[in-house]
Design a protein. Structure first.
Length: 343
């Protein structure tokens, strides 16, 4: 019942125009949680006062510009991690608004990539959104839509969270849909908040299934900070992810990061253990080798020495910007993830 609205959304998204072919080469598509990338101004409509010069975090223009530079440094490292493999799409989360993305893509470290931006405001109480950066010389955005996740508290009042950003575009002649997510957090307890993430997972699956009913050959990438690990119920049952490549059906959603998690790897650390909350899930059409279309080849959790804590109890954890209200001056409390595609 709650999904009826989305059929109209998908019909709207299926109006498209042709694009010229790309020459064959490997490409990278990534996701990065930018950890509280706020500007320094108080937005009267959101709870962002701590990220102002007079707020609890003493968030000054100097700290903001340092944060922008550090985020750009990581993205530049992602871009250059494989020679002659362009990073053409980056999903992001924990951003306050479009302005912070504009400042990011204009930073001299990545400005030569000429990233374009897709962003819609959502109703998260803190004002944080998801977004998409893309290179228009590889990927043409045709439509985008912000989709609310229908969540309710125990007293039936609405529970506000980040929207799903659904972006439709073309990669050469290949139709590609990207769903950028930042699922409800575990604040309040993992068990009590699991139902919210299951609903988010089910909505992503419903959207992806509906797209594939209209266009069985479409490629779909569901990406984001999911606040659950690859073997949690939201992924395994809600989204019905596959742990092995299954080329027999397009609605087999493969999670390449499942194996990483089972090998003890993670993208963020908490309470002396690794979590792999940052994931990219791929539809079946992206798993099939084709001369015409891009297909998945491999992936990585992107970590470099400069992104890590060097000493102490948290050695080799992601070096974050703040620990509570104490300014650390790091990068993010999450590592980015990248999937690579070839044809």
């Amino acid at each position: 019942m709650i999904f009826r609205y989305f059929y109209c959304t998908l019909f709207f998204l299926f109006l498209h125009s042709p694009l010229t072919e790309l020459s064959g080469q490997q490409i990278g598509i990534g996701f990065y949680n930018l950890e509280n990338l706020f500007d320094v101004f108080d937005d009267s409509l959101t709870i962002d006062e701590e990220f102002t010069p007079n707020g609890l975090k003493n968030w000054t223009p100097k700290k903001y510009q340092d944060k922008i530079g550090k985020m750009a440094r990581v993205i530049h490292a992602m871009e250059t991690s494989r020679k002659q493999v362009p990073l053409i799409i980056i999903g992001v989360c924990e951003i306050e608004n479009r302005t912070v993305l504009e400042d990011l893509v204009q930073n001299e470290q990545i400005s030569s990539s000429y990233y374009k931006i897709v962003h819609h405001n959502s109703n998260d109480p803190r004002g944080v959104d998801v977004g998409l950066l893309y290179r228009a010389d590889y990927f043409t955005v045709l439509q985008s839509k912000s989709i609310k996740i229908p969540l309710f508290e125990r007293d039936s009042s609405p529970r506000l969270t980040r929207d799903i950003l659904l972006v439709k575009g073309k990669l050469g002649s290949q139709m590609l849909y990207v769903l950028v997510n930042h699922w409800p957090s575990r604040r309040g307890g993992e068990v009590l908040t699991t139902p919210y993430r299951i609903i988010a997972a089910q909505l992503n699956k419903h959207l992806a299934d509906s797209i594939l009913q209209l266009d069985p050959t479409a490629g779909i990438i569901i990406m984001g900070d999911l606040n659950d690990n690859p073997d949690d119920i939201s992924l395994m049952k809600g989204l019905e992810t596959e742990t092995q490549i299954n080329q027999s059906r397009n609605t087999a959603y493969f999670n390449p990061f499942y194996a990483n998690y089972k090998n003890g790897e993670g993208s963020t650390a908490y309470d002396d253990s690794w979590n792999l909350f940052d994931q990219m899930i791929l539809s079946g059409s992206l798993l099939k080798k084709s001369i015409q279309n891009y297909h998945y080849t491999d992936h990585q959790i992107f970590r470099r020495a400069f992104m890590l804590e060097k000493n102490g109890h948290f050695r080799n954890y992601p070096k974050r910007t703040f620990s509570g209200n104490q300014y650390i001056g790091g990068f993010s409390d999450h590592f980015p993830v990248i999937c690579y595609f070839d044809r």
